[in-house]
Write a protein that binds this ligand. Structure first.
Ligand SMILES: Cc1cc2nc3c(=O)[nH]c(=O)nc-3n(C[C@H](O)[C@H](O)[C@H](O)COP(=O)(O)OP(=O)(O)OC[C@H]3O[C@@H](n4cnc5c(N)ncnc54)[C@H](O)[C@@H]3O)c2cc1C
Length: 475
């Protein structure tokens, strides 16, 4: 049979990509009884987040964090200070990753298969027109599809850097770094964004000598500057070399001996590393989608969409990393639910970037919701910031993790909270209250009047709001 010879299928909605965007969108539509076809080119449902992003990086982080904890056990009255840290059994770490991934992907597929109007197909989908597509499957005939609506959720791919040596076989990206078979002696990470900083601390805690090269004057560009500076100092104190303001020249090397050449302020420098990984961000993944057969437009920041995430081709929507920043799993998921409701004709709250929350899983973690102080001031609002230093915090003192700061950004006129930024071990789990406050425009008064349990890290929200309210008015 020729590849194009298979029967044609008609579906109400075709969803391309089974990541945190496509999978929930497909399931929400099928739960409402719509006939949906979900096509995934990879090994299972879960996307970058499950197979090479959020989940594997946090699995590695857990091992690294626990190893570091072992070093501190004697501080808490447990044994003597160890002369060496626990050895890392990397194959156990990687097997644990495979086990968790398989369990999660299996769970997602079982849930999808339980929905009678949802069909999941593993293959690569390509649009062939505004209402048609073809699915290519290895060793099987192609399937042609006609659809009423489509949701494009093909995610993103690691950014390539146009410098000599970036394509050397031993130079990794965020995806190949996840499947590395050993803990390197030394690692140069090109990129000081969230992925670079998470990986830097993970490998440093596992015993690797780590350098981070960042083109911007500071790491974690979009993060609150006070928190980014505090974390940068902590990374430097813990032995990670942060090289900021650099221009990369080239990478040289063979297999496990690389030299990264760069300039700063006109001077040439180089660093040696067993492994080099380019983690300088991600590009929307539009290649091979067949967009040229439609009027869907795209640019460097991804597929162009309206406020309701519809492309220029009526009936074709796009969600997740393929529509550009912010690129987060929970963001893709929020867009998925909004688009599904919209297609079902229900009222949909499309998420707004100013309400997005995000966590950088550094140690300590950084959690953020809404506007930074700089971004809020740039809008000409009269802004104040209420701050709390976790060194005085009961819970932080108990856990021995006192490096931390909470910064609440609020408007002076009505005291509405427009941003919350936290550096603290445990910040990730503080973001729920912060997200609720920013999304609903809560005031300092409302936060202060909410009773926060003691002793917890969330107490800081109430205490900080109270002390800001007690300040003499600046007006
Ligand atoms: C190292 C790392 C750590 C991260 N950590 C976090 C984190 O802690 N928290 C967080 O929120 N986000 C994190 N992210 C980002 C997160 O992974 C992405 O924002 C999220 O996965 C985007 O979801 P998506 O559905 O848009 O795309 P993806 O998850 O990329 O899924 C797209 C899917 O589409 C499939 N596909 C592509 N083209 C086709 C085609 N033509 N036909 C069929 N299928 C196709 C792909 O195989 C893929 O499975 C991290 C990313 C990385 C790289």
């Amino acid at each position: 049979m020729t590849p194009e010879a298979a029967a044609e299928t008609f579906v109400e909605t075709l969803v391309i990509g089974g990541g945190p965007g496509g999978t929930p969108a497909a399931m929400a539509l099928a739960q409402a009884g719509r006939r949906v076809l979900l096509v995934e080119a990879g090994q299972g449902l879960g996307g970058t987040c499950l197979f090479s992003g959020c989940i594997p990086s946090k699995i590695f982080r857990e091992t690294a964090f626990r190893r570091q904890e072992a070093a501190r056990a004697s501080e808490f009255g447990l044994g003597d200070a160890p002369s060496t840290l626990p050895e890392v059994n990397w194959s156990t770490v990687q097997s644990r990753r495979h086990r968790i991934l398989a369990q999660r992907a299996g769970g997602a597929l079982a849930k999808a298969n339980s929905l009678p109007t949802l069909e999941v197909v593993f293959g690569r989908a390509r649009l062939t027109g505004p209402r048609s597509a073809v699915i290519e499957r290895a060793g099987e005939p192609n399937r042609t599809i006609q659809f009423k609506t489509a949701i494009l959720a093909p995610g993103s791919v690691p950014k390539h850097l146009p410098i000599p040596g970036a394509d050397l076989p031993g130079v990794l990206d965020s995806e190949t770094l996840i499947s590395i078979g050993f803990v390197p002696d030394s690692l140069a990470l090109i990129g000081g964004g969230p992925i670079g900083i998470e990986m830097a601390q993970i490998f440093a805690q596992l015993g690797t000598k780590v350098s981070v090269l960042e083109a911007a004057p500071r790491i974690l560009g979009p993060v609150d500057a006070t928190l980014a500076d505090l974390l940068a100092q902590h990374l430097t104190d813990s032995g990670i070399a942060l090289e900021t303001g650099v221009t990369l020249a080239k990478i040289e090397g063979v297999e496990d001996a690389h030299q990264v050449h760069f300039t700063r302020d006109g001077e040439s420098h180089s660093i040696a590393a067993q492994v080099v990984a380019i983690v300088a961000g991600r590009h929307p993944n539009v290649a091979g989608l067949g967009l040229e057969t439609t009027v869907v437009r795209h640019g460097p920041h991804g597929i162009h969409v309206s406020d309701s995430l519809e492309t220029d081709e009526p009936g074709i929507f796009a969600i997740g990393d393929v529509v550009g920043h912010p690129m987060f799993a929970h963001w893709a998921n929020a867009q998925a639910h909004a688009v599904a409701r919209h297609i079902l004709g229900q009222p949909a709250a499309f998420p707004h970037p100013e309400h997005n929350s995000a966590v950088i899983f550094s140690s300590p973690e950084i959690g953020m919701v809404g506007l930074t102080e700089e971004a809020a001031r740039a809008r000409n609002d009269k802004i104040s910031v209420a701050e709390y230093d976790y060194r005085i915090d009961a819970r932080a003192q108990i856990s021995g993790e006192t490096l931390g700061r909470l910064r609440i950004v609020y408007r002076e006129d009505d005291q509405r909270i427009v941003g919350v930024h936290v550096l603290a071990e445990g910040a990730a789990d503080l973001m729920g209250e912060a997200a609720l406050a920013v999304r609903n425009g809560l005031t300092l008064e409302q936060i202060a009047a909410s009773i926060h349990p003691h002793p917890t890290l969330t107490e800081a929200f109430g205490l900080t709001a109270l002390s800001a309210l007690a300040r003499p008015s600046q007006g």
